[in-house]
Design a protein around this ligand. Structure first.
Ligand code: NAD
Length: 371
């Protein structure tokens, strides 16, 4: 049997450093990198939730994790120089909008100075390194139009979290123009912008799916007050495939140095909260949806703040596109939590099996990062 080639095998036997490895996206990314044969390292300041995907998967024993704060320049300088990564994915950030209202300075210092510090260390790094800086779709100035936002659109942010991600993008660009632009430089950098994601293993506060899974695990009926609110649902593996493919392309093609890329869901992923909970409840074997959730309001939802990403640039440069259909997105997300809460399965193996299933689906659909 011919084995598949995933991301051009560039991560195999390479040292890959993930900041924010103990978080939701970081844990998925590290698990994927481990399965790609990378030597994985991580830096985070804490384990942000309990339960935590990082803990449940036993990732501390499968990679090399260090506790450090990205706001501490000398601490991360020492670690990065000791680790000597070939690739770096910078995800460490305070990602919750509501917390950014409670403690703006904490969000700004982690998200803006944290990014500046990582770039500052890379500025004097003496080995080749490909670095992907993860920001967010919220980095754009949301002018509430219906079109997809392009990488050249204005940056902005009306709340602190969004502003911090817009600022991180500006810092990224100024470091690029000031230090990383030179030909034949050792360090190549790019930034990646994606929207909200769902998937197993997220236990963050104030997110609808984690809140719902916690309630179902305790046999509680979930109350929904805005059943018609529509969201562009996207599985966490989709932007991660974009980050990894961007890393591969940047490693091979230095012409992408300094560029930014959007990674967003397909438009047909737009479904209401009620639809997604109904579909997820089927996978939890509820006899009818009344056992799973109750609609206690019908707040007419003005979809302010929702913005769509235009992903033509990633499609043009490396034919990136999303892989999963809506039904598989539901299955992957719902089944992960069901396996955790009800079957009490081995979550590292289960997560790896979802990643393998995702790779197989991508191969069937001729997605460009797998052959
Ligand atoms: N989850 C989403 O839907 C989503 C959407 C768009 C962008 N993002 C971005 O993706 C990244 C990861 O998000 P997530 O949902 O996995 O978040 P998370 O809260 O699950 O994880 C955050 C990680 O960053 C670490 N961290 C936070 N502040 C730090 C600091 N000062 N120093 C060192 N480590 C620090 C935490 O310890 C944790 O490992 C963030 O940059 C976030 O803004 C997430």
């Amino acid at each position: 049997m011919v084995s598949k080639v995933v991301f051009g095998n560039v991560y195999s036997n390479k040292k890959v450093l993930v900041t924010g490895d103990t978080g939701f996206k970081g844990s998925w990314l590290c698990t994927w990198l481990i399965s790609l044969g990378a030597e994985v390292y991580g830096i985070s300041k804490d384990i942000p939730t309990n339960p935590s995907m990082f803990v449940e998967l036993g990732l501390a024993e499968k990679m090399k994790h260090f506790f450090a704060d990205v706001r501490d320049l000398e601490a991360i300088r020492k670690l990065i120089n000791e680790i000597e990564p070939d690739f770096l994915f910078h995800l460490a950030a305070q990602p919750i909008v509501s917390l950014s209202y409670r403690d703006p300075i904490d969000t700004i210092s982690s998200n803006v100075m944290g990014t500046a510090n990582v770039l500052e260390v890379l500025r004097s790094y003496t080995k080749p390194c490909t670095a992907i800086i993860i920001t967010s779709d919220k980095c754009y100035d949301n002018v509430e139009w219906i079109y997809g936002y392009k990488e050249t659109d204005a940056l902005g942010g009306k709340d602190i979290y969004s502003g911090s991600k817009g600022a991180a993008e500006l810092i990224f660009k100024s470091y690029y123009h000031s230090f990383f632009k030179k030909e034949k430089g050792l360090v190549q950098i790019a930034s990646a912008r994606a929207g909200n994601v769902i998937g197993g293993g997220d236990w963050a506060l104030d997110r609808i799916i984690p809140d719902c899974m916690r309630s179902w695990s305790e046999g509680k009926v979930v109350e929904i007050r805005s059943p018609k609110a529509t969201r562009p649902w996207q599985h966490v593996l989709e932007p991660l495939s974009g980050y990894l493919q961007l890393g591969e392309r940047l490693y091979k093609d230095h012409n992408l140095n300094g560029d930014s890329f959007n990674f967003g869901p397909k438009p047909e992923y737009n479904h209401t909260v009620q639809e997604i909970l109904e579909d997820m409840s089927v996978r939890w074997h509820f006899k009818n949806s009344k056992e799973a959730f109750e609609v206690t309001g019908n707040i007419k939802f003005y979809e302010a703040g929702l913005l769509k990403l235009n992903c033509d640039k990633a499609l043009f440069h490396f034919q990136w596109k999303a892989t999963l259909d809506y039904q598989t997105l539901i299955e992957y997300t719902s089944d992960w939590y069901y396996e955790f809460y009800k079957n009490k399965g081995d979550m590292f193996e289960f997560t790896k099996s979802q990643i393998e299933g995702y790779e197989n689906l991508a191969e069937t659909k001729n997605i460009s990062w797998i052959i």
